[in-house]
Design a protein around this ligand. Structure first.
Ligand SMILES: *[C@@H]1O[C@H](CO)[C@@H](O)[C@H](O)[C@H]1NC(C)=O
Ligand SMILES: *[C@@H]1O[C@H](CO)[C@@H](O)[C@H](O)[C@H]1NC(C)=O
Ligand SMILES: *[C@@H]1O[C@H](CO)[C@@H](O)[C@H](O)[C@H]1NC(C)=O
Ligand SMILES: *[C@@H]1O[C@H](CO)[C@@H](O)[C@H](O)[C@H]1NC(C)=O
Ligand SMILES: *[C@@H]1O[C@H](CO)[C@@H](O)[C@H](O)[C@H]1NC(C)=O
Ligand SMILES: *[C@@H]1O[C@H](CO)[C@@H](O)[C@H](O)[C@H]1NC(C)=O
Ligand SMILES: *[C@@H]1O[C@H](CO)[C@@H](O)[C@H](O)[C@H]1NC(C)=O
Ligand SMILES: *[C@@H]1O[C@H](CO)[C@@H](O)[C@H](O)[C@H]1NC(C)=O
Ligand SMILES: *[C@@H]1O[C@H](CO)[C@@H](O)[C@H](O)[C@H]1NC(C)=O
Ligand SMILES: *[C@@H]1O[C@H](CO)[C@@H](O)[C@H](O)[C@H]1NC(C)=O
Ligand SMILES: *[C@@H]1O[C@H](CO)[C@@H](O)[C@H](O)[C@H]1NC(C)=O
Length: 566
């Protein structure tokens, strides 16, 4: 691993230079500018872990290009599909006010962009600034089709933390030596969890702990005494990850494009779908330090401790110096996970108040469970699936948003239950006797501008497990969380209704619950799902149909002319 950083340093420097140019031109003083991007979906052969294989990319890049915008801008991304797969792109965390047409999840807000076709996602970036990301939202294609979204604050508005000298995007991902679509298909056919990935990656590179990976190592060059902003994104399909930098603490200043009350930590925990901005002060002995990411997994389902590494390299230090690894929590460190999440708070300053709904119009309680279906091709005669309130979601053949907008009957029913059909000891002894599960394209109808509290309760159907839930179209406040069964009589008393963290993806702890609140002021059909692709595929998803409001600015916008047909 001696000379591992060699090529990547020069690549990093080049990318940095290009980024500098891009940032320079995009961030010229132009309030409410239009930022246009062309995304060509193309298959390209990429080599990692001693294997070359074709992967689906945007513009031949892996990870894909970064979208730069400023708060108040309009962004138009024309996606042209030259690949043999159906495609759709989700702009993860963008609120898409009245504009679900640009949200992207296939068969929820649009039909896929078929081979040879284009669709221009057209949206405004309103009231948000920070790090978000984009990814394919169909099948498992987001394994390689993803990239960062960097939203700068409005011109003249500084960050509410010390201005960093430079910044780096850190995209954490997973790499399979095989074709991910084959991996997914094989899992479905056998009814078992598909093969786990062969490596974790940082900016698409696994780092020198993996074979043939010395030259596939990301390096960030830093200058002594300077402060850097790291925009960390977990783009992995199925793994919550710990991330740390040897010898350096990190100050967390933002998650999911919302400023947080700053706190310092040796490691962060980041679930698929989440982003975390940290400040790092390069004040250690000039050297080469590993940045590393590896899974948090507090149920022994699969032992997966593949550690991706990248290098924080002080300027002038030769590439021959062997870096040391950071100390990361044990993969099973539940305590760290609970404590870390508790430290995340909204900034809640006069400029950035936390508008937490104090009163709740609609109480929802959804159980998260695993289950099985009969399956003749499967190893055990059964296929694993997953459900919310014992309903495993069935994907429709047309977009739910179109069906709603055009009043097309029989695509979905707006009768998703507010409570599980049958209360039980959710986190008691494992339940394996009856794992049958209902199926349906059922979603909940929510009145415009009502306040919603949703408690997500993990269950021990087959096994307990942690689940990062993502809500489209909204941020929410994480008002409470706990281990065991949610107690509606006692637990709300300990809610944080003052400065809870505001985000778009939250982990439901293993064998525990999480309570979120939001104001349903964005009309449309908004997907809500576990961001572990494995579980999404098994049916751990539903949607909220938020009704139109009475005012002219409170209705779903008309669909764009180029919305892909089914
Ligand atoms: C998107 O790109 C395609 C292919 O280049 C082009 O034909 C189409 O006009 C573009 N659409 C927009 C809105 O720019
Ligand atoms: C974006 O903002 C512009 C200017 O306010 C407006 O004309 C346009 O309709 C908005 N687009 C969407 C998709 O909301
Ligand atoms: C999954 O792993 C098994 C065992 O290593 C291997 O035989 C199989 O080919 C893999 N499946 C795919 C789709 O790569
Ligand atoms: C990191 O923070 C911990 C706890 O606050 C502290 O003990 C440690 O000295 C710090 N390390 C560095 C390198 O600043
Ligand atoms: C996984 O963990 C085991 C035990 O701690 C260790 O021996 C092994 O090297 C680790 N493997 C990887 C790829 O990190
Ligand atoms: C977590 O893993 C460590 C190291 O593998 C082990 O020693 C410890 O007993 C485990 N802790 C729990 C709570 O399972
Ligand atoms: C299915 O079969 C495999 C292999 O025989 C076995 O290891 C596994 O425990 C079974 N799984 C279930 C859910 O029954
Ligand atoms: C639920 O199960 C747990 C673990 O078996 C047990 O300790 C607890 O008493 C049970 N709760 C109820 C209400 O039965
Ligand atoms: C889920 O639904 C199935 C099918 O209706 C039923 O057999 C099973 O008892 C239900 N399970 C739970 C936990 O509600
Ligand atoms: C939603 O309700 C709140 C509280 O009643 C009110 O302040 C706000 O103006 C409403 N928003 C809309 C878009 O109607
Ligand atoms: C692509 O999407 C269209 C429209 O939904 C569908 O008819 C077609 O079967 C899909 N093709 C594949 C390969 O999934």
């Amino acid at each position: 691993m001696g000379s591992c950083g060699g090529t990547s340093i020069s690549t990093a420097a080049l990318i940095f230079l290009l980024l500098g140019l891009l940032v320079g031109s995009f961030f010229s003083p132009s309030e409410g500018a239009i930022k246009k991007y062309q995304f060509d979906i193309k298959v390209k052969s990429v080599s990692r872990l001693c294997h070359a294989k074709p992967i689906v990319t945007v513009n031949g890049m892996y990870p894909g290009p970064t979208i730069y915008a400023r708060e108040g801008d309009r962004v138009i991304v024309n996606v042209t599909n030259y690949a043999q797969y159906n495609m759709s792109i989700h702009w993860h965390g963008l609120k898409q006010y009245r504009n679900g047409w640009a949200d992207g999840p296939a068969y929820i807000t649009q039909c896929p962009i078929q081979t040879g076709n284009s669709y221009a996602y057209d949206f405004n970036v309103t009231g948000q600034r920070g790090t978000l990301w984009w990814h394919a939202h169909i099948l498992w294609l987001r394994a390689t089709v993803y990239g960062a979204i960097v939203i700068m604050p409005e011109q003249g508005t500084p960050f509410p933390f010390p201005q960093p000298y430079r910044e780096f995007n850190i995209l954490l991902g997973e790499w399979w030596n095989a074709d991910v679509e084959q991996v997914e298909k094989q899992g479905n056919m056998l009814g078992l969890p598909p093969n786990t990935s062969d490596a974790h990656t940082i900016n698409g590179k696994p780092g020198p702990l993996f074979p043939c990976s010395d030259k596939y190592t990301f390096a960030a060059e830093v200058e002594s005494g300077q402060t850097y902003l790291l925009r960390i994104i977990n783009a992995a399909l199925n793994d919550e990850l710990f991330f740390g930098i040897a010898g350096h603490n990190m100050t967390v200043v933002e998650v999911d494009a919302v400023y947080t009350r700053p706190f310092t930590t040796e490691s962060i925990l980041i679930a698929p779908g989440q982003t975390t901005n940290v400040l790092v002060l390069a004040d250690r002995t000039p050297n080469r330090y590993f940045m590393a990411a590896r899974p948090f997994q507090d149920v022994p389902i699969t032992v997966d401790n593949k550690t991706a590494t990248a290098i924080l390299q002080y300027k002038g230090v030769p590439n021959t110096v062997i870096p040391s690894l950071p100390h990361l929590p044990n993969p099973n460190d539940t305590r760290f996970s609970l404590d870390y999440n508790k430290r995340l708070r909204s900034l809640n300053s006069p400029g950035f108040p936390a508008k937490v709904p104090q009163k709740v119009d609609r109480h929802l309680f959804y159980t998260v469970g695993l289950g099985t279906d009969a399956c003749t091709t499967c190893v055990n005669g059964t296929r694993l699936l997953a459900s919310l309130n014992n309903i495993s979601f069935v994907m429709p053949q047309v977009g739910l948003l179109q069906a709603h907008y055009s009043n097309t009957p029989r695509v979905f029913t707006a009768d998703f239950p507010d409570k599980p059909p049958m209360p039980f000891n959710y986190t008691g002894a494992p339940l394996t006797a009856n794992l049958r599960t209902a199926h349906g394209t059922r979603i909940a109808k929510i009145a415009f501008n009502s306040t919603v509290e949703l408690v997500l309760q993990d269950t021990n159907l087959l096994t307990v497990e942690s689940h990062p839930f993502h809500l489209h179209g909204y941020n929410f406040f994480v008002v409470g969380t706990g281990v065991g069964n949610f107690d509606p009589a006692k637990d709300p008393a300990s809610y944080n209704l003052v400065d809870p963290v505001e985000r778009n993806t939250v982990g439901v702890p293993t064998g525990g619950w999480t309570a979120i609140r939001f104001r349903a002021d964005n009309p449309g059909v908004w997907f809500m799902h576990c961001h572990l692709e494995l579980h999404t595929g098994w049916g751990l998803k539903t949607a909220f149909l938020v009704e139109d409001g009475p005012g002219p600015e409170q209705t779903i916008l008309p669909p764009p002319k180029d919305l892909p047909p089914c």
